[in-house]
Design a protein around this ligand. Structure first.
Ligand SMILES: [Zn+2]
Length: 525
């Protein structure tokens, strides 16, 4: 009998990767646990009463409508009650899949509203600035962390609460799927972090983890295995928004800072990986030191005699190691994605793996060139492609200002924006002065969704991330219910297999959830 907990196959009919083998012994633990909690298939069917359409039963495939996902952190479920929140999400926003923040030390996915921003119209109206810590909100089982120094990551925020154990049975009662979101955001005071931290251009230890360090590798595969073996979840959504040294040197994202002397990673593990593929470490370091000099001179308005762009391009020509070292960073990041995917598939072939594709991919053509959708499909069942259009205006404007202050400093910024719009196939978006207050349009959502769908050629599902209430500056665009409706409808009409409401429920207003639900239900009709 088909259990309600089984993920549906992808539209391409592909349910498992070639490396996906079913492991019956590892399967036993969660199934037993699942049954012990009284949420076996029969119980679940009974519990579904009134929730599924009268014609559907748990033994039949789920309705073929688009997946409507919600990103949510533990604190919201603690504050407002697990059952109450799941009911609310289903009733108001038509949510059928929970992306539960299970591992992060970051506030983008975890915690209440970030400090300084207004609270939404639900949940505790009190900042958790002093109490938010982060970590693993499930129970880390020691056997999965034997080969890493990163052993103590249990989030202390909610005492002994295991958020996955608390939400899973309630999600099943409502025929909802549950994915664990895990994010590569750490803090420096966690035991082991200093030992596996990256080393920057000037030889300083940083607070970020080296993706070539063996202990970091075994941490991510250990965490993924722990979650997939210890709980009967539907899969993992992995977040890693970290950029390589080239983009960080130029500040070529929406991040405000340009930190060309702090770029990473130049540690012994990166040097070893470089030797294997024949990249000269000393030349790379020399190239990045010159790039740092170029960036710092540009910020002081010291124009090279041949102009900023020519000087930058000359650096790349004379030091091809600059690009090679940037690619090496990406290689480490993508090897981690591949290892997580292989690990998860070896536990239960029908577990699904998804990756979050960061915002910079949609407005930086240099970054875009490093992300091949036809390569990503080999590592993932679905991609959460960020198409946050409201905060996108502010972020895109920041990107233009950043690249316009170094590489493209000779180009007036409003002309640079128009030029970049052409490179990216953006339509009629606002000019630089109005971009932050106007935001990007639903047409941007549709175009980026379509581009991703064209890229993956049906081999992987595309679930665009829809911006609801992502914090922006005081005078920048705030998402109205009409914005949410338009963005949701645009993504679904463009052909996406579903959407993921982002970034976290604790920053969303209820009227926006209603609008997302209305767009989803109208589409699914
Ligand atoms: Zn390293």
């Amino acid at each position: 009998m088909k259990s309600v907990s089984e993920p549906e196959s992808s539209p391409s009919g592909r349910t498992a990767k070639p490396n996906g083998v079913s492991n019956s012994s590892s399967d036993e633990i969660p199934r037993r646990e699942f049954l012990r909690r009284g949420i076996g298939a029969t119980t679940a069917v009974a519990a579904l009463g009134g929730f599924l359409p009268a014609t559907a039963s748990a033994a039949e495939p789920r309705p073929t409508g688009k997946m409507i996902g919600m990103q949510i952190g533990a604190v919201s479920l603690v504050d407002e009650g697990v059952g109450q929140v799941l009911d609310l999400l289903h009733e108001r926003a038509a949510v059928d899949t929970i992306f539960l923040t299970t591992f992060t030390y970051g506030r983008g996915l975890g915690g209440r509203q970030i400090p300084g921003q207004p609270f939404p119209d639900h949940g505790k109206q009190e900042s958790d600035e002093k109490t938010f810590h982060g970590g693993n909100y499930a129970t880390p089982h020691a056997e999965f962390y034997q080969n890493t120094v990163l052993k103590q990551t249990r989030a202390p925020d909610h005492g002994d609460l295991d958020i996955v154990a608390a939400v899973l049975p309630e999600a099943r009662k409502r025929a909802m799927k549950l994915f664990c979101s895990i994010e590569d955001v750490f803090r420096s005071d966690i035991p082991g972090v200093k030992e596996v931290a990256e080393v920057d251009l000037q030889g300083r230890r940083t607070n970020t983890l080296c993706l070539f360090h063996p202990d970091v590798r075994t941490f991510w595969t250990g965490l993924s295995a722990d979650l997939c073996k210890s709980y009967d979840i539907d899969g993992i959504l992995f977040f890693n928004e970290r950029n390589g040294p080239l983009l960080n040197a130029l500040g070529a994202s929406h991040a405000q800072s340009i930190a060309s002397s702090r770029v990473t990673c130049f540690c012994e593990h990166h040097q070893k990986a470089a030797r294997v593929v024949g990249i000269n470490f000393e030349r790379a370091r020399e190239g990045y030191t010159k790039l740092d000099g170029f960036v710092q001179a540009a910020l002081k308005d010291q124009r090279p005699s041949d102009g900023y762009f020519v000087e930058f391009w000359r650096l790349l020509v004379e030091y091809p190691e600059i690009i090679a070292w940037d690619r090496l960073f990406d290689e480490g990041k993508h090897q981690v994605l591949a290892e997580v995917n292989t690990t998860v598939k070896s536990i239960r072939a029908n577990l699904q793996v998804g990756f979050h594709i960061e915002h910079v991919n949609s407005f930086n053509p240099i970054f875009r060139a490093t992300r091949r959708y036809d390569e990503l499909v080999k590592k993932a069942d679905f991609l959460k492609v960020v198409v946050y259009n409201n905060c996108g205006g502010e972020r895109y404007a920041n990107f233009i200002k950043n690249v316009g202050s170094t590489v493209f400093r000779d180009v007036p910024k409003d002309e640079l924006l128009r030029f970049n719009n052409h490179l990216l196939n953006y339509g009629n978006e606002a000019g630089l002065d109005g971009l932050a207050t106007t935001g990007l349009s639903p047409d941007y959502v549709a175009r980026e969704t379509k581009r991703a769908l064209d890229g993956v050629q049906g081999k992987c599902r595309i679930l665009p991330g829809i911006d609801i209430g992502i914090p922006t500056g005081k005078n920048s665009r705030k998402s109205t219910p009409d914005d949410t409706y338009a963005a949701t409808a645009a993504a679904l009409k463009a052909g996406a297999q579903g959407i993921i409401l982002s970034r976290k429920y604790s920053e969303m207003r209820l009227a926006n959830l209603d609008a997302a639900g209305r767009a989803a239900r109208e589409f699914n009709k």
